[in-house]
Unconditional design. Sequence first.
Lengths: 571, 203
Amino acid sequence: MEDQPIQTENSKMFPLRPVAEVMRLARMGSLHQSRLSFMRVLLRRLKSNGWIFDRTTWKIDEKGVGVATYRASGPKRSYTLLAFAHDLPDDLRSDRVIAEAWDATFTLHDGDLSEADIKRLSTNVPYQEAGRISETELTLSRANRSVRLFDYVATCLSAGTQPDVAQIEPVGYLMRTTAVYGSGKFGAADRDLWADRPEFAGSFQPELLSVWLIRAFTIDMVEHMARMRAPKTAVKLDPAIRRRIGVGNSTGLGMAPFLINHPALIHSWIKARETALARVRAVKQASQQEVDLFIELVQRAMINAEDWHVEHAYQARKITGLRDDLKTTADYLSSADLSVAHVWDRLYRWAETTLGIEGQEQLVSLLLEPYPHLVDDLAANMAADEAQRFRIDGTMKVDVLRTILKETYDWANDIDYDKRSAQARVWYVSEEKLEPRLGERFEEPIADYEQPLAPGRDAKLALADLGEFAANDTIASFLMAHPEHRHITRRAQLVSHCPYGEIHDNTIAAEMLPIDLLRCKLSFFGATKFDPRSDRWLRITMFQGAPFPDELGELDPDSLVYPPLPDSEAP
Amino acid sequence: MSEASSLAIKAARGVGMPWGIAEEAGFALRWLTRSGAPGVTALCRYLSAYQGAMKMSGADSPSENTCEWICPLRLGTAISDGGIALPLEQSNVREPLLLLPFLASHATDSHSVVLEMGTIRIVISDNRFSANMVETALLVSKAECTIDFWPANRDEIQRIGNRVDSTASECIATLARFAHNTYAPATEASRFLGAGDGLNDND
């Protein structure tokens, strides 16, 4: 990707937003899905490459127990989602990673499934982490029903009526996945085995293909249960109502360290989004069509914000602010002259001084919408192999490393790590479930198990020891004497090439909110309706509004992401 | 392979190595496994010796004085970083097979690197190696090593095909045991606080 500021025909330069502004936890925790989100990249690609989909197996009994398969066939290869539906007693239903049983379990198989494959997988997939899949499988996942909505929709359908959209919107899904494992987990294919397949270019494409097919399964399940209850009266879901049902997901701390552990990848994601924003700000003259679409999308984002309900006080406050910000934006748009040159840059600069961070980031996502030709190609850059920058440059001089550390971690200068509050937290992995957790350094015996997820602190420690070395000494000699700084040295060298890969905040501070990390990652997935259930785990909705496999050929997935205006005709 | 590499990092950390060196153990295991060498066995044997030495010395890490051996990961990273120049003669390198991935960083189009241990000779290019003995014979617990450059076109050593690391499953269990040392035992408080207790998750 280019490192030059964005330039348009009138030579006005539009630099990317500074790393120090973008890579703050408060802003990362305010990101919204956009054209560059991986769910949208996936659906655009499936559509443009003419993929076709069919349900190849449906052996589900009247209790909702059995097997189903969904096949996606593309230009060269096919993939099959294998779903096992279980009869889970209500008291065993938990989204926590410590659960051991689920309403449904899934795997995405590479190619068509044989009976032998299904038999092999039937003794493993239902047990999730306790089972084993093979390198012909790409993902492993499970889902639980939304008690709130599943029974309501099944009851409506069995009585021959359609469910009320007003009941659906606040929940947004019939089932929520509680983990979607990929890349070499539990025996699944290593990323190396499929990374060069064009259908999976970008990030997390096999996982999201699984989720999108799981969404179709959840609808089939609720329609099946309605039919089992009342075969004579049951009806299918109306397509427009059906589209407002996504897939939920519960996500906990397991995802948070990922953002710190993959700096090259995170840099590629953030930089793509920042580049897209700079390109749109550089548009000299917006067309009437682009302006009209933008105004419509602001209205639709307002509906989305109105339908976004959470109990958690932190997010509830942010949503209130977002609603106000969108109203302020709509008012501004109705009074401003939108035919001026560089209207989007003006709008963005107005937003910087007028809106809250949540509203600013919503605006950034909305600004990208009318410009597929400026934005969508950037998705191809949103992947990185961390291993490529693994090797330390030992010939680097001590003064160069010192400069990198000082510049990259200048934000840590204001942090006094001797204070308890600055080091209050410890990221560790629990023995019980082998999952990342966050503990209290001064209250629990966990410091010995600390994961290296506090780069700001570690950079300061390395800088202190670098003081013993001459400016001309090599990093190789420094690391022979101080192997404990090898991790942060490698990181600093990498981040000097990937500046958007480093979070400019203290990740072990007492006041740090892991949900900010989670939301950043999930927004790049394309998630909506972030619903924190504590400061460490949250629920989201995926693919709400998106076409289903049987309608992808006819519909434009990008035009369906925001909820429709009340008076618009459903496709 | 990514699972094995991640296990190696945790296992090396689990016996007390700094994170940055443990990451090199992950890199080394990935390189060796991809090249058909018994990397799991070599790493398992080395980490077992490392842990044993730590218990005996009671120190934070086995010092070269007390253990009278050279750590292949420390030596390898120093060579890879350029802190120790080639050619090199070094006595008492423990599990020298683990050096290979680091020596590979010094191989170029015009020259490979050769590692000799007595009658064993291993020629290393940037992404593979060839040896004059079968892989299992390369599992040497401690050796006097000579490392030098080797003209790339002088490839007289027959490449040996990939073989299954026969003792791997036992070794993986050992590595998993070491990795376990990086996991904090659960307490009632951590079970709920650490993962984030919160609102009802069954609605």
